[in-house]
Write a protein that binds this ligand. Structure first.
Ligand SMILES: Cc1cc2nc3c(=O)[nH]c(=O)nc-3n(C[C@H](O)[C@H](O)[C@H](O)COP(=O)(O)OP(=O)(O)OC[C@H]3O[C@@H](n4cnc5c(N)ncnc54)[C@H](O)[C@@H]3O)c2cc1C
Length: 368
């Protein structure tokens, strides 16, 4: 069907700052907007081989524009598309024909369940396990932590140990989120992206039929690989939008707010940090675009470029929000201002899909 960018932009254009702030404070996921935005077809841009695919930059720039208005919603769409791109690649024809279209259009909400209390950066340490029974089913036990969409998901992509072989003993399972034995045990109250519900999910002897396996047994991390690359690009896109929002707000405030008889933007101490960050934003966008092209062309440096794009864009968002807080002075502490929430969201974007240290490990591995 292709991506209707105009329709996506028109829907994003209806968002206003007050509504976003209210929904963030209420911690409510905007389900209708989520479905309407996905219904314009952005997910198809990142599914290899479908008509209209092959333009990751179009996807990333749309997500970045959305994040400029609402990071929580942009993150939510990005999470959904992450599930989609791995599933489109590794799911069986039967699985795909049953779920893929509904996922792409936002009618079924998905979660990716990797993270555990003792297995955040080190996924090989995960303890959630799926034990094979004599009749060929699996029994899933364990707890996943900080899972995006936990409370609203219809489908869970659960990564679980099926052999004692580290990353080569992990299998991906497609699980009905409402199956017996599944409980969302905890929803942390977050200081940013409150509209993106996340929580802990416990699996107590959940029976899974053999055809729940996505891809190959013990090779779940292969399904995860395209997800990690796309994950870096998607988070970088959110960070880029957030950085633009922060610099935009800081610049506007600095132009209207006066001290010593002048708008404060006339002082180099205020203007130069903004000039530097706007330069970093331009560099982040260029790097992200290069990374998108490398992923599309399946170049060997694609993963490193995606890691660099994520590292650079999230660091820029953190500096941009920090500078915006400094520029607004006392005004930043007025709850009507979003800049403190944005700062928290910038930190969040640094953590998810691999912390800065983990990105640096991936980049440095190519320097040997
Ligand atoms: C709001 C939110 C939503 C999330 N959504 C999801 C989701 O949908 N699905 C999912 O699976 N996960 C999700 N996560 C989890 C997220 O991916 C993890 O938080 C992230 O991978 C980091 O893991 P951790 O928090 O356990 O940190 P840790 O791995 O414990 O790291 C703590 C610190 O130690 C550093 N560190 C760790 N190892 C090394 C090392 N070898 N060298 C140098 N430094 C190191 C890290 O960089 C970090 O600074 C979400 C998290 C949040 C906050």
């Amino acid at each position: 069907m292709g991506f209707d960018r105009e329709a996506f932009t028109a829907i994003a254009g209806t968002l206003n700052a007050e509504e976003v702030a209210a929904q963030e404070a209420a911690g409510a996921h905007p389900g209708e907007l989520f479905r309407a935005l996905l219904d314009t077809g952005p997910a198809e841009l990142v599914i290899a081989g479908v008509p209209g695919s092959g333009d990751r930059w179009a996807f990333c720039s749309a997500i970045s524009d959305l994040a400029q208005r609402w990071v929580g919603l942009a993150e939510s769409i990005h999470y959904q598309v992450l599930s989609i791109c791995a599933f489109a690649e590794s799911g069986s024809p039967e699985q795909r024909s049953r779920y893929l279209e509904a996922m792409c259009r936002g009618r079924l909400i998905a979660s990716n369940c990797f993270n555990e209390a003792g297995a955040g950066s080190d996924l090989a340490a995960m303890r959630t396990s799926a034990r094979r029974t004599d009749d060929g089913d699996y029994v899933l036990d364990g707890t996943k932590q900080w899972i995006g969409h936990a409370q609203i998901a219809d489908l869970l992509f659960v990564y679980a140990k099926t052999a004692d072989r580290g990353l080569r003993g992990i299998t991906c399972f497609l699980v009905d989120a409402h199956a017996p034995g599944i409980t969302v045990t905890h929803r942390p109250k977050t200081t940013g992206a409150g509209s993106l519900p996340s929580g802990d999910i416990r699996f107590d002897s959940v029976t899974l039929p053999a055809d729940s396996v996505v891809g190959r047994v013990n090779r779940g991390m292969l399904a995860g690989e395209s997800l990690f690359t796309q994950g870096r690009l998607g988070v970088a896109s959110c960070a880029l939008g957030l950085a633009r929002a922060a610099v935009g707000r800081a610049g506007a405030y600095a132009a209207e707010h006066h001290q010593f008889g002048s708008p404060i933007i006339d002082f180099q101490g205020v203007a130069f940090p903004l000039a530097e960050i706007s330069t970093d934003i331009a560099a982040s966008a260029a790097l992200l675009r290069t990374a998108c092209a490398a992923v599309e062309d399946q170049r060997p440096d694609a993963q490193v470029l995606a890691a660099q794009a994520k590292l650079h864009a999230t660091r820029t968002a953190r500096r941009a929000t920090d500078t915006a807080i400094g520029t607004l002075g006392s005004r930043a502490f007025d709850a009507a201002e979003p800049v403190l929430r944005w700062a928290s969201e910038a930190h969040l974007l640094e953590v998810v899909q691999g912390t800065p240290q983990i990105q640096k490990i991936a980049i440095a591995a190519q320097l040997r």
